[in-house]
Design a protein around this ligand. Structure first.
Ligand code: PMP
Length: 389
């Protein structure tokens, strides 16, 4: 315990201590954080579905019929008709032959990568990929080659040099979680086809957000049938919990047989499955949510740039506003909270030195008045701190 105390002290001294914030209300745009009402600008609940009454009803109905816990892994006693229905629904939504659900998106990534990339294989991974893909690389027995973020020239050079695996697998976030940029998936797919590699895309932040029906980056770029492994979460725009892999029958059957996080963990609870089933219907049937999200994301981005902020380029609801040094970004975030806007500072090691930022995420349910409040707070604090003139 003495050693843990020292290590915690050292984390604190480096300013990297992580503190829990307490949310005391439903996941909507107005939340009570640590006892204060604030405008939520940091949530992954992009479409505002996480407290939609239809999802709440669907959860209750599923719990009434199937109970609160699934009580076993999918391969033992935990597989209900609802689980199978959800997998069929995801496959239809993503335009693939089949899909498999995992308890979290994190587990879906680790599961797919450890099952599909083993000794003698090579994984090519974008340097800014999400931690769960990095952990998938670390836990797989494959060799790992990191390519520079979104740099297809570097990827091609590395494919030429290192593609010696029985299987060569390129993995990328569809939408990068800290920078909010969209991967150049058409370019990656072309390289994969030229050099004989598989492509895996993590659509955690693209599901529900990108594509005509909200099906993600493959739909956004019209690459159906050319991306081998499509991963996504049910925890962000879907407003539930869990993760999935979508692909061919053989791929999904293989994961069912070989992915340890699928085999050795209790199945998702029925309430979560019922929620996700209804949410996917809403994502498809209410495109106006996506349109609204896209409209306000564009507007806030343009107006912040107009004010003089450095907003990283992109077309997603993730808006990284560069502040620079970590302390200044933290101070900016504190001022935002004082003005009732909840948007955290992101600093190293999550992002490179000197690029500390406020990571603002928008939701389809933010009203015009909310948008005005957000912009007003940024203008006042930006001027006060000398971030803008
Ligand atoms: N991939 C990315 C890009 C993510 O941002 C996240 C969540 N932060 C995950 C995977 C993990 O998903 P989940 O939260 O469902 O475990």
């Amino acid at each position: 315990m003495e050693r843990l105390r020292h290590e915690l002290e050292s984390i604190r001294n480096k300013g990297l201590y992580r503190r829990l914030r307490r949310m005391e209300s439903a996941a909507s745009t107005r939340v009570i954080v640590d006892g204060r009402e604030m405008l939520m600008c940091a949530s992954n609940n992009y479409l505002g579905l996480a407290d939609d009454h239809r999802l709440i009803e669907a959860a209750i109905e599923a719990i009434r019929k199937y109970g609160t816990g699934s009580s076993g892994s999918r391969l033992t006693t935990g597989n209900t008709a609802l689980h199978e229905q959800l997998e069929e629904r995801i496959a239809r939504f993503k335009g693939t032959e089949a899909a498999i659900v995992f308890n979290t998106g994190y587990m879906a990534n680790v599961a797919a990568m450890t099952a599909l990339a083993t000794a003698g294989d090579v994984i090519f991974s974008d340097e800014w990929n999400h931690a769960s893909l990095i952990d998938g690389c670390r836990l797989s027995k494959a060799d790992v080659v990191i390519y520079r973020h979104a740099d297809l020239k570097d990827l091609e050079e590395k494919l030429m040099r290192y593609r010696s695996g029985k299987r060569n697998l390129i993995v990328t976030d569809g939408v990068f979680s800290m920078d909010g940029d969209i991967a150049n998936l058409p370019g990656i797919v072309e390289l994969a086809e030229r050099y004989g590699a598989w492509v895996m895309v993590d659509d955690a932040h693209a599901t529900g957000v990108l594509g005509r029906r909200g099906a993600g980056t493959v739909e956004h770029f019209d690459l159906h049938g050319r991306v081998h492994i499509q991963m996504g979460t049910l925890s962000k725009a879907v407003g539930a919990e869990g993760g999935y892999i979508a692909g061919t029958h053989e791929l999904i059957e293989y994961l069912r047989n070989c992915a340890r996080p699928f085999i050795f963990s209790t199945a998702l609870s029925p309430g979560v499955i019922g929620t996700a089933l209804t949410a996917i219907d809403l994502i498809e049937n209410e495109p106006e949510r996506r349109a609204r999200l896209s409209l306000i994301s564009k507007r806030v981005r343009e107006e912040l740039i107009e004010m003089g902020f450095r907003v990283m380029s992109g077309e997603t609801p993730i808006l990284p506003i560069l502040i620079g040094e970590a302390e200044r970004a933290v101070e900016f975030s504190h001022h935002l909270e004082e003005q009732g806007v909840f948007a955290p500072a992101i600093r190293p090691p999550s992002v490179p030195q000197g690029t500390s930022r406020i990571r603002l995420t928008l939701m389809a349910t933010h009203t015009d008045e909310d948008v005005r409040d957000i912009l007003g707070a940024f203008a006042r604090i930006g001027q006060k701190m000398g971030v803008i003139r």
